[in-house]
Design a protein around this ligand. Structure first.
Ligand code: AMP
Length: 281
């Protein structure tokens, strides 16, 4: 496995006549969710590149950025064991040669202002900046991202269209702990009992899917929120249903069969956790 730190060194390593390149961008503190993306990329490409970079411009909270887990040595072992070919490990100068404040503004409206974007102003502009820079450097055929961050996938879809990048975006299913809790680097910051309670997030989403034809949706939403908020240290930030293609909000069950996604953010003891469930009505 090759380890590259300089943007200028990437292309000489990655450009291989006729070889397909898959790319998995991450912020490190890797877990099975990340590794599933690596494995999918490996199964569909000749070469797989993974980047590890904790992108400061997508954090709107300095404490969250400071507390974000970092364990690069362990990550490199996991990537090597998973058969990753190239790891890109840039510093801020490599990623933001003009400085962290010289950000491009992308036409993401309204995607970047709803749900996560409403609670974290600037977050998705930061995501778009970092993914755009990474794609220009890595130039992959295919990009692998997790369904866990569904809104992020939609934002990157928009970025690819805006830049006209010929990149295939592959959304991979959310990998969960045995309890149902979506794996996240942030789970490491939960106590044992918080982790146990956080598994209820997924149970409530499953309950919503199961009851979606039996009860009015506003009632489903309110009941799930109340039950989660009743657990210690848990505060639902939002729970909404959207059309899965456009992220247009849906208050009630549509008359026509529609592919929908219920998206949730819960703050558990100061740690922000995301999850979602996709289904056809
Ligand atoms: P992050 O390191 O959190 O920026 O995540 C890097 C990539 O891994 C993103 O595309 C995430 O959506 C994806 N990812 C994170 N957690 C999971 C998970 N539990 N299952 C599948 N993909 C995930």
């Amino acid at each position: 496995m090759l380890l590259i730190r300089k943007a200028a060194d990437l292309q000489s390593v990655l450009v291989r006549e006729g070889k397909k390149l898959g790319f998995v961008p991450t912020m490190g503190a890797l877990h099975e969710g990340h590794l599933s993306l690596i494995r999918t990329s490996k199964s569909e490409n000749d070469l797989t590149c993974c980047s590890i970079y904790v992108n400061p411009t997508q954090f709107n909270d300095v404490q969250d950025l400071a507390a974000y887990p970092r364990q690069v040595e362990r990550d490199l072992v996991l990537l090597s064991d998973a058969g990753c070919d190239v790891v890109f490990l840039p510093d801020h100068d490599q990623m933001y040669p003009q400085g962290l404040h010289a950000l491009h503004r992308y036409p993401l409206h309204p995607l970047d202002e709803m749900l996560e974007g409403a609670s974290r102003p600037g977050h998705f502009q930061g995501v778009a900046n970092v993914v755009d820079r990474l794609l220009q450097l890595v130039r992959p055929e295919a990009l692998y991202m997790g369904q866990k961050d569904f809104q992020q996938v939609k934002v990157v879809e928009r970025l690819l269209a805006y830049r006209n990048y010929p990149v295939r975006l592959v959304m991979c299913p959310t990998v969960r702990e045995a309890s149902g809790l979506a794996m996240s680097s942030r789970n490491a910051r939960l106590t044992e009992s918080q982790r146990l309670n956080a598994a209820r997030i997924w149970s409530e989403l499953c309950w919503i899917r199961q009851e979606s034809r039996n009860r009015p949706w506003p009632e489903l939403r309110q009941q799930a929120i109340s039950r989660l908020n009743a657990l210690p240290d848990m505060q639902v930030d939002y729970l909404h249903c959207c059309r899965s293609d456009t992220l247009e909000f849906l208050i009630n069950r549509p008359d026509q069969p529609t592919c929908v996604v219920w998206l949730i953010a819960v703050v558990v003891g100061g740690v922000r956790l995301l999850d979602n469930i996709l289904f056809e009505t």
